[in-house]
Write a protein that binds this ligand. Structure first.
Ligand code: NIG
Ligand code: FE
Length: 412
């Protein structure tokens, strides 16, 4: 079954399939074809080019998209999509002057989410997460990572990962699962944190590996959470089971987590609201991609990742949502791209690269998604009639999307 899209006003992010990511200055280049066609066969993009090169190509169906742009769907490499309940009480506490860290110290935050998740049946968790995922797809997300980390017991971490596994089976987009047992220290283990780390390593990891419930391993490396030494220990244990590190670092403090992540060949290092020159030097010599989460900075009122400094060092940067009930109650990647432009001074070209091809790299999926390339999945956004791609970040919170295709099938 072939489908031919014709009269595409501009086909965005066209690249050779071999491009895995773009770094530094190269991020300012967003390759496009104006007045283009694109041919897909079943779930794969098989051809594209300028309309004048179309000739009399035949297809099973032809869709005329005059006035619309086509771009790859967003690749969101960092979410906590599975959670039991929202936390607007803490949002109000913050308005009244408490900080995110103070709320966590009072037993709110991640531990609050964990208690609620432990008490919620798997089926309800699945149904809620599935609804959220549908919304995200409608807002243009076409590949995604989802973390555990609100279970914090063997049973509940497995429950979360099984929900993610079911989402993988039932949804038509690539999903990667990350085990984040080391998201916080549970109250029961406050005075014996080594015992919880032992539980992660000796009891959680073997079952997760045996049931193939995770692709990646994550740790919240931060003051009051996990030290760099503990992070190192947990990442090394995960690697023994084939779980690649993708970690939370430098959200509030630079305490050495970046070095540990890079030494353990992390796929990505996420947050980096705080970034020292030393941290940046480590990033420069690695294949690890930094991931910025601007919606989290927006919501918590903390600094934004210094994107310009990262790109000036010729390092790549990805953008992701961090969707979670505490620090980022939105998974909308259009808004992430807008914030990157408005608050981080990224150009639309840089931000779109960061949210597509570089996001795909941070998911280890850039061979499959992240650009319009022959042989990649036909996961793309058709915009409403708009003037140019810069309109997408410019018109923040306005929905520019007319349609989404996942694996060559119209999603709604
Ligand atoms: O990425 N920083 C750690 N984890 C999440 C927030 C978790 C929560 O507050 O529930 C984050 O921001
Ligand atoms: Fe996060």
């Amino acid at each position: 079954m072939t489908t031919l899209f014709i009269n595409i006003k501009e086909l965005i992010q066209v690249r050779d399939k071999s491009v895995e990511k773009v770094s530094g200055k190269d991020m300012s280049i967003l390759p496009t074809i104006k007045n283009a066609f694109m041919m897909i066969e079943n779930e794969i993009i098989i051809n594209f080019g300028p309309m004048e090169k179309l000739g009399n190509t035949k297809a099973d169906s032809i869709i005329d998209v005059t006035g619309r742009l086509i771009l790859p769907t967003w690749s969101d490499s960092h979410t906590h999509l599975v959670f039991a309940d929202t936390r607007e009480e803490e949002f109000v506490d913050r308005i009244n002057g408490l900080s995110y860290e103070q709320i966590a110290q009072r037993g709110g935050g991640i531990l609050n989410s964990a208690t609620k998740l432990q008490n919620k049946p798997e089926e309800e968790l699945y149904n809620d997460a599935a609804k959220r995922l549908e919304e995200l797809i409608k807002s243009g997300t076409g590949s995604i990572e989802i973390k555990s980390g609100y279970g914090l017991t063997l049973e509940s971490e497995l429950k979360m990962l099984r929900v993610i596994k079911k989402l993988k089976e039932n949804f038509p987009l690539p999903i990667k699962a990350t085990f984040l047992g080391a998201h916080a220290i549970p109250n029961l283990f406050k005075e014996k944190r080594e015992a919880y780390i032992k539980l992660i390593i000796d009891e959680m990891l073997p079952v997760i590996a045996a049931e193939k419930l995770a692709d990646y391993i994550d740790v919240f490396c931060e003051k009051g959470y996990y030290t760099p030494e503990e992070t190192n220990q947990i990442l090394k244990a995960g690697l023994q089971y084939g779980l690649i590190p993708k970690i939370h670092v430098n959200q509030f403090n630079s305490i050495g987590g970046i070095k540990v992540g890079i030494e353990n060949n992390a796929l990505s290092l996420d947050h980096l609201e705080v970034l020292t020159n030393k941290d940046l030097a480590h990033l420069k010599d690695s294949d690890t991609i930094p991931v910025s989460l601007p919606s989290c900075s927006f919501f918590l009122g903390i600094p934004y990742t210094n994107a310009r400094k990262i790109m000036e060092a010729n390092v790549p940067l990805a953008l992701a949502s961090d969707y979670n009930p505490g620090s980022t109650p939105s998974g909308n990647m259009n808004f992430v791209v807008s914030l990157a432009c408005i608050k981080m001074k990224m150009t639309p070209e840089e931000a779109i690269n960061a949210a597509t091809i570089n996001g795909a790299y941070a998911l280890n999926l850039s061979h499959k998604v992240g650009s319009i390339s022959k042989g990649k999945l036909a996961n793309f956004i058709i915009t409403k009639p708009i003037k140019s791609y810069s309109y997408i970040p410019y018109s923040f919170t306005n929905n520019c999307i007319e349609n989404i295709f996942l694996k060559g099938v119209k999603y709604y």
